[in-house]
Design a protein. Structure first.
Length: 463
């Protein structure tokens, strides 16, 4: 019983075809009804018969017997021709001459037909509604009457006549359509079967080339989804492998310095081991924090945006790193409006700015300058630039600086190689982009971030 009420394409096609046949049936009935009404308005059939019979009577030269025979023969023939499918009753004829009744249909009995010349009027005869037509032919007066045909009778009669033909045609039309739908759905069943036979970790291509154009977008979408999943799994595996590799060094240093600390023969050796141990722990902690930050940015779900003053947030973040810059004589300055209110993902913006500034301080020479610029553009986007006049990044290195765990050659400063990867991921996560150019005075490095956010700027520069 449940199978009858399942939603299937075949069932929908069957119902749609059934509805189409019902609409065709209704359209045919409407057309027949309109034709019937048009015939009544233009030239009713009873009038045409009356005119033809009157013309024949005029050709008989006033012979009553011949006219009587003509009328009697007409009544018999008309009854034979219209016996099937007529309303109740039959054609009634009444012929008079000078007040004398020459002929009257037996069904009239004592009833007398009356009407206006060359007009069709209604009259009740023996409880039945009739159309009555009167015409004059020489000395004779002819009255003709036939049962009134109503619109309801026309619709009912023709509905019964048309319905059997439609019922006969329905399975003939349905069969090829059902066959075409069944064949058309076969590739879907093949696709479902292939997917069902796959293992939980099988992300290989489906390898199905559907013959029908309508199915190609579905297969292409599934193939693209599987490709994205394969790429995601590959990135996660590479991330775990690289993270384990990067953590191995500080962990080894921690183990070695802990062993040296416990076996140090004097205070100098112990203090040296303790210092190295603390540096290794700090490096491991920093690397772990960056790994967690990068992993959170890899998630598909976006954090909720918050409407804040981006200029004020940038000042706070730069104030935290200012002591490090001052200790090395680095000039760190911010050029931004006094207030720049925007709807942003706060954590992502913090990651971008912190890592760009931290990267600039870490690799810049003592006494260099780092300029941070924050502004809006005509597109309602936020533009952040971090430029320096330090050693810069070689042309051969610029293509790879945003790769995870990549560190440029010729740098003595320790680092994990994750900072710029975090910047790129956070920027892309918010639908923006990051570009690398030459820095201040065409020296050093310049990182330019574009983020599409809603802004309410007050462009008064502040330094």
């Amino acid at each position: 019983m449940k199978a009858l009420f399942r939603r299937t394409i075949v069932q929908r096609v069957f119902l749609a075809l059934l509805m189409a046949f019902v609409l065709v049936w209704a359209a045919l009935l409407a057309y027949i009804y309109l034709e019937f009404r048009q015939a009544l308005a233009v030239d009713q059939g009873l009038k045409r018969v009356g005119r033809a019979l009157t013309a024949a009577m005029e050709d008989l030269g006033g012979d009553d017997d011949k006219v009587r025979i003509l009328i009697n023969a007409t009544a018999t023939e008309y009854k034979m021709l219209r016996l099937s499918g007529n309303p109740e009753g039959s054609l009634l004829l009444q012929l008079d001459r000078g007040g004398d009744r020459l002929f009257a249909s037996p069904a009239l009995g004592s009833q007398v037909l009356s009407g206006e010349a060359r007009q069709v009027v209604n009259q009740q005869i023996n409880g039945i509604a009739y159309w009555v037509y009167r015409s004059e032919a020489g000395p004779w007066t002819l009255h003709m009457a036939e049962p009134e045909i109503t619109g309801a009778w026309v619709l009912e009669r023709n509905a019964r006549r048309v319905l059997p033909y439609l019922l006969l045609a329905f399975p003939i039309v349905l069969l090829p359509i059902w066959f075409a739908v069944t064949l058309g759905l076969r590739p879907l069943r093949v696709l479902a079967d292939r997917l069902a036979r796959r293992g939980a970790t099988d992300l290989s291509p489906i390898g199905l080339d559907p013959r029908y154009e309508e199915l190609k977008p579905l297969v292409a979408a599934l193939e693209d989804m599987l490709r994205q999943l394969r790429d995601q799994v590959a990135r996660e595996r590479a991330f775990v492998h690289d993270a384990a590799h990067e953590l191995r060094t500080p962990m080894a240093v921690i183990a070695a310095q802990a062993h040296a600390l416990t076996g140090a023969p004097n205070d100098d050796e112990r203090n040296r081991a303790q210092t190295q141990l603390e540096l290794a722990i700090a490096r491991a902690s920093h690397l772990t924090q960056q790994l967690l930050e990068l992993a959170s940015l890899d998630e598909s779900a976006h954090a909720q945006r918050k409407r804040i003053d981006v200029t004020q947030l940038a000042r706070q973040l730069l104030a935290q790193v200012a002591p490090r810059a001052m200790a090395r004589g680095i000039d760190l300055d911010l050029e931004a409006p006094d207030s720049l209110v925007a709807d942003i993902e706060v954590q992502a913006f913090q990651s971008i700015l912190e890592n760009l500034v931290d990267n600039a301080i870490q690799y810049a020479r003592d006494g260099t300058r780092i300029a941070v610029t924050l502004r809006s553009d005509d597109e309602g986007a936020l533009r952040l630039s971090v430029e320096d006049d330090g050693p810069g990044i070689g042309e051969s290195e610029r293509e790879r600086v945003f790769e995870r765990f990549h560190r440029g050659a010729g740098h003595e400063s320790p680092g994990s190689g994750l900072g710029l990867a975090i910047v790129k991921q956070a920027t892309h996560r918010n639908g923006g982009r990051v570009d690398l150019t030459a820095g201040l005075g065409q020296r050093g490095a310049g990182f330019h971030v574009w983020l599409p956010v809603g802004l309410s700027p007050q462009p008064v520069p502040s330094r």
